[in-house]
Design a protein around this ligand. Structure first.
Ligand code: DAT
Ligand code: MG
Length: 141
């Protein structure tokens, strides 16, 4: 058994497009558990910490600005290999390249929305998951 936890964000576009239920359905249907879930507007501190690895990249500032512009939903999900598994459910970063069947592939719309609005974030390693869970849910640990 390698039960682990990951940090998922339903980005502001997912909230605005009323896709929370659709995305949560996919997470739960896969068999992952929801350990914590909260909708709120992220602070600049949370976002600069969360996206520290991207600081200096051209999309960093637009990304941080966008993520703080409206409410998002932060989630801690749990399950066997959930870190890699949720990344598979999410699909490739760019919605046009994301495979059909994935969240970004089925629901992402790059023709009228920028890549930044690709619906979800998921931790990419056990180290990122621990770091990100501590940012969004310090009480969960
Ligand atoms: P992912 O969210 O698939 O882990 P990432 O960590 O490389 O992707 O980038 C974080 C977010 O930044 C991504 O979800 C959308 C945005 N982003 C990444 N590359 C981008 C680019 N070339 N142009 C615009 N936004 C980009
Ligand atoms: Mg990433």
């Amino acid at each position: 058994m390698s039960t682990e936890r990951t940090l998922i964000l339903l980005k502001p576009d997912a909230v605005q497009r009323s896709l929370r239920g659709e995305i949560l359905r996919r997470i739960e249907a896969k068999g992952y558990g929801i350990v914590a879930l909260a909708q709120r507007t992220a602070t600049a501190e949370e976002l600069s910490s969360h996206y520290a690895e991207h600081e200096g990249k051209p999309f960093y500032q637009p990304l941080v600005d966008y993520m703080g512009s409206a409410p998002l939903v932060a989630i801690v999900a749990e399950g066997e290999k959930v870190i890699e598994g949720f990344r598979s459910l999410a699909g490739a970063t760019n919605p046009t390249s994301a495979a059909p069947g994935t969240i970004r592939g089925d629901l992402g719309r790059e023709w009228d929305l920028p890549v930044i609005q690709n619906l979800v974030h998921g931790s990419d390693s056990p180290e990122s998951a621990a770091r990100e869970i501590a940012i969004w849910f310090p009480e969960v640990g």
